[in-house]
Design a protein around this ligand. Structure first.
Ligand SMILES: [Zn+2]
Length: 415
C-alpha cells in the first residue's frame, strides 16, 4: 500500500488521506480546513478522478460528520460512493435543508457497522465506533496486500461513550503497520493533564442553571449530541424543560436513537423562532413542523415561566427574546470551542449580551483525547509506525510516542 496525506500532516482540520494498492485508491476523509473562508473549490486537494472519470478511485470513507472531515464532498462527482456511519448520514441529510446550498450531502455508499469488515476492491475496511463530540464517529482499519493502516479519525476517552475507548484498549486491532493518529490536544493541554468528563460538564451546568433566576440560554452545537444530553439532564435536575427549535428536533430524530432526547419527550419543548417560521413557510415544511409539534410552545410561555426553561440558544433567537421581553434574570452559557469567541465570530452577540446585562459563562470540554489517553491508545495498538495527522504539533510526537515517522502533505510513501 502507498499513502499520501493531502492535508492534515501539520494542521487540525481539512483532513484528507489517499491510500493506493495495486492501482486502486480510496480517500479517507475529505475535509474543509478550519480557517477556510468558504467551502469553495479552491480548497480541493489535488487528487486524480474527483470528477468520477477515473474508475481507480473507488470511494471516500468519512470518519465522522464534522465539516473539517467531510466539508468538501459537494465538489466531487455523485458517482463516487461515500462511506460513513448510517446515523451520521441521516443527520447530514436532515440538516441539509436548513443550511446554505453548498452543504454537502453525501452520496450513497457504505454504511458502517462497528467492527464489521467489508471489502472495497483490493481493500478490506473495518470501522470502529469511537467516542467523539460528533455523533456516529469511527476509526478505520484499512488492509490491503498484507499491510494495514489504522486511521484514528477524531476521538476522546472522556465523553459519554468513553467505554468505547476502554473496549479498544482491551481488544485492540492486531498487526497494525501504520497508525495515522490525530493529536489535536497536543500543545493545547499539558502532558499528564486531563479534560473534564462530559459528566462533569453536566454538574457545572446544574450549578449555573440552578443559580439563574430567569431563562438559561445555552449556546452549543445541535450536532454535539453528548452535550445536548448533558444539557437536558442538567435542566431536568433544576426543574427546567429543554427548549429546542425545529433544526435541533430534526437532528435528534435523525440519530435514530430513542435514548437521545426527542421533541415528543415530556422534558423537551419546541419553540420556533421567527426566522425559522419564515423558512418553514417558504419551504412548506409543514409536515416536519407538525411531526415535531407535540410539545410546541410560544414566546408567551418563555415570557411567563423563564425559570422553567433552558433554551438551546442560537444567535437567531435574539430578536424573538427581545420582542418577547424574556431576558430579565437570564444567563448565557457558551458550550463550544472558545476559539470562535477569540477570533471574533461572536462579537455582535457580545454587544447584545452586554446591552441586556446578561452574564456569559463558559462550560465546555474537548472532543479530543488528552496526551495521556493518546499514549494509552498507541501502547494498546502497538503499531510499527505512528504517523502524525490532525495536529498543529507533529514535531512533538517523537517525545510522546515510539516509532514516529512524520510525512509531509502531498508526499507519497510506501508501507
Ligand atoms: Zn471532529
Amino acid at each position: 500500500m502507498r499513502v499520501c496525506i493531502h492535508r492534515g500532516s501539520k494542521q487540525i482540520g481539512g483532513s484528507c488521506v489517499e491510500v493506493e494498492s495495486s492501482g486502486q485508491r480510496l480517500l479517507l476523509d475529505f475535509g474543509l480546513p478550519l480557517d477556510a473562508e468558504d467551502s469553495s473549490i479552491q480548497y480541493l486537494p489535488k487528487i486524480v478522478g474527483l470528477d468520477g472519470s477515473d474508475p481507480s478511485l473507488l470511494g471516500v470513507l468519512i470518519s465522522h460528520p464534522h465539516l473539517d472531515h467531510f466539508g468538501l464532498l459537494a465538489h466531487i462527482s455523485p458517482n463516487i460512493p461515500v462511506g460513513m456511519g448510517p446515523a451520521a448520514r441521516r443527520i447530514l441529510e436532515a440538516v441539509a435543508p436548513f443550511l446554505p446550498d453548498k452543504w454537502p450531502t453525501p452520496t450513497k455508499g457504505w454504511n458502517y457497522q462497528s467492527e464489521q469488515s467489508f471489502n472495497i476492491g483490493h481493500f478490506s475496511v473495518t470501522p470502529f465506533l469511537v467516542d467523539h463530540s460528533a455523533y456516529d464517529a469511527y476509526a478505520l482499519k484499512i488492509e490491503s496486500g498484507g499491510k494495514s493502516i489504522f486511521y484514528s479519525g477524531d476521538f476522546r476517552a472522556h465523553g459519554r461513550k468513553a467505554v468505547l475507548f476502554e473496549r479498544l484498549l482491551n481488544n485492540p486491532p492486531k498487526n497494525i503497520d501504520v497508525l495515522l493518529m490525530e493529536g489535536s490536544s497536543i500543545g493545547r493541554i499539558g502532558d499528564g493533564q486531563q479534560f473534564s468528563k462530559e459528566s462533569e460538564i453536566e454538574e457545572q451546568l446544574v450549578k449555573i442553571l440552578f443559580a439563574t433566576e430567569g431563562l438559561a440560554l445555552v449556546h452549543t452545537s445541535a450536532q454535539n449530541i453528548d452535550r445536548i444530553v448533558s444539557i437536558m439532564r442538567a435542566s431536568k435536575k433544576t426543574g427546567r424543560k429543554l427548549v429546542i427549535d425545529l433544526y435541533t428536533a430534526a437532528v435528534m430524530e435523525a440519530t435514530g436513537n430513542q435514548n437521545i432526547p426527542q421533541s415528543d419527550w415530556p422534558e423537551v419543548a419546541l419553540f420556533i423562532p421567527q426566522s425559522q417560521r419564515i423558512k418553514i413557510k417558504e419551504n412548506t415544511w409543514f409536515d416536519l413542523l407538525k411531526h415535531h409539534s407535540t410539545n410546541r410552545i410560544y414566546i408567551e410561555h418563555l415570557q411567563e415561566a423563564p425559570r422553567k426553561s433552558t433554551l438551546l440558544f442560537r444567535p437567531l433567537h435574539k430578536a424573538d427574546l427581545e420582542r418577547g421581553k424574556c431576558l430579565a434574570g437570564a444567563s448565557y452559557i457558551y458550550s463550544q470551542w472558545e476559539g470562535y469567541w477569540e477570533r471574533g465570530d461572536n462579537d455582535m452577540l457580545k454587544l447584545w449580551l452586554d446591552r441586556h446585562g446578561i452574564p456569559k459563562h463558559s462550560i465546555h470540554t474537548s472532543g479530543h483525547a488528552s496526551t495521556t489517553d493518546l499514549k494509552k491508545f498507541v501502547a494498546a495498538i502497538n503499531p510499527r509506525k505512528v504517523v502524525p495527522i490532525h495536529s498543529f504539533m507533529p514535531e512533538r510526537y517523537p517525545e510522546l510516542f515510539p516509532n514516529v515517522e512524520a510525512h509531509d502533505d502531498g508526499e507519497w510513501w510506501e508501507i
